[in-house]
Design a protein around this ligand. Structure first.
Ligand code: COA
Length: 316
């Protein structure tokens, strides 16, 4: 970390998540697409995902996750001094989804969206941590929310089987004496067209290219961050990777000789929820008591751009 115990410590003091109630299983998809439960689960690890109603917007998902995180942090919306929403499926071009979340929560905080696709939550967390360290903000609500169902081509089996809707949120607070947070963000020189969606969709993707990028970048960012911070595997309670495909994580884990149980996976249940995938996984890991206060977690995002980001942070 920037230093082990830092006067500008930043911790996560609350986590929350929300997924819509409408379940879409692989078998449901196979009824209308040339695919099968076996193909999807073997190639991706996904068995089901949740899909929002047409009338439910990304901001609605975000508000539910944020309310959960605030409750767990024992804060009210008035205590929040900044709201950042990572999304690539905003309700509108403007106002930002974050402004809608702010209004629905009943907050007067400044609020803005951040677009970095599946790396969005790590980008948002990194910027928010630095803003806290600067002393400008103290209680930041960082949300990852996406409703990919509205930009899907439901006839395209290459993409329709992969994504789900949802939102996850954390409350990030300054906590002198806690470990400092540390992040590395980056992107590839090329690859912007590898995974792409016009504003109203649909998504198109070169699956194999994205797969190879995922394996290579996950290994590289974990190696870099552990090297820079001189972190051993024992120092890390859990690695929470973006939930894109279980085989991407297995390949990277194998190359690094890291046991799979060091990685938290829930792709089986939710599919790839893009910017929401890491905060949903983080909140579930807390709920399942896989991690607790004081633990150091490593969050690793990658996706369209091609962008990537890794964040090391302590739970408060
Ligand atoms: N159901 C059944 N068959 C399918 C299918 C589906 N949903 N999608 C593709 N296929 C077929 C292909 O047409 C191909 O058939 P062929 O051998 O007759 O030509 C075969 O399955 C293999 O296709 P391929 O694309 O080589 O499979 P793959 O092992 O690379 O898996 C992905 C495809 C999409 C699962 C995989 O490439 C992947 O996960 N990529 C990363 C995607 C991702 O994570 N995107 C988001 C990043 S944030």
């Amino acid at each position: 970390m920037q230093s082990a115990l830092n006067p500008n410590g930043v911790t996560i003091t609350g986590t929350g998540f929300y997924v819509p109630t409408s379940l879409l299983t692989n078998l449901d998809l196979a009824a209308s697409l040339d695919t099968s439960d076996e193909w999807i689960s073997q190639r991706t690890g996904i068995r089901q995902r949740y899909i929002a109603e047409t009338s439910t917007e990304t901001s609605d998902l975000a508000v539910m996750a944020a309310t959960d995180a605030l409750h767990r942090a024992q804060l009210s919306p008035e205590d929040v001094d900044l709201i950042v929403v990572a999304t690539s499926t905003p309700d509108y071009a403007f106002p930002s989804t974050a402004m809608l979340v702010k209004q629905k929560l009943g907050s007067r905080a400044p609020a803005f969206d951040l677009s970095a696709a599946c790396s969005g939550f790590v980008y948002a967390l990194s910027i928010s941590s630095d803003l806290i360290k600067s002393g400008a903000y103290h209680n930041v609500l960082v949300i990852g929310a996406d409703k990919f169902s509205k930009i899907m081509d439901w006839q395209d089996r290459n993409t329709a089987v992969l994504f789900g809707d949802g939102a996850g949120a954390v409350v990030l607070q300054s906590r002198p004496g806690a470990s400092s947070s540390f992040s590395l963000l980056g992107s590839e020189e090329r690859g912007a067209d590898t995974l792409i969606s016009p504003v109203t969709g649909p998504i198109t993707m070169h699956g194999r290219e994205v797969f190879k990028f995922g394996v290579r970048i996950l290994e590289s960012m974990l190696t870099k961050v552990m090297g820079e911070l001189e972190l051993s595997l024992e120092d890390i309670a859990l690695i929470i990777p973006h939930q894109a495909n279980v085989r991407i994580i297995e390949h990277a884990a194998d190359k690094m000789n890291i046991p799979m149980d060091k990685f938290f996976m829930n792709i089986e249940t939710y599919g790839n929820t893009s910017a929401a995938s890491i905060p949903i996984a983080l909140a579930e890991a807390v709920e399942q008591q896989r991690i607790q206060a004081g633990d150091i977690v490593v969050l690793a995002g990658f996706g369209a751009g091609l962008a990537w980001g890794v964040q090391v942070i302590q739970l408060g």
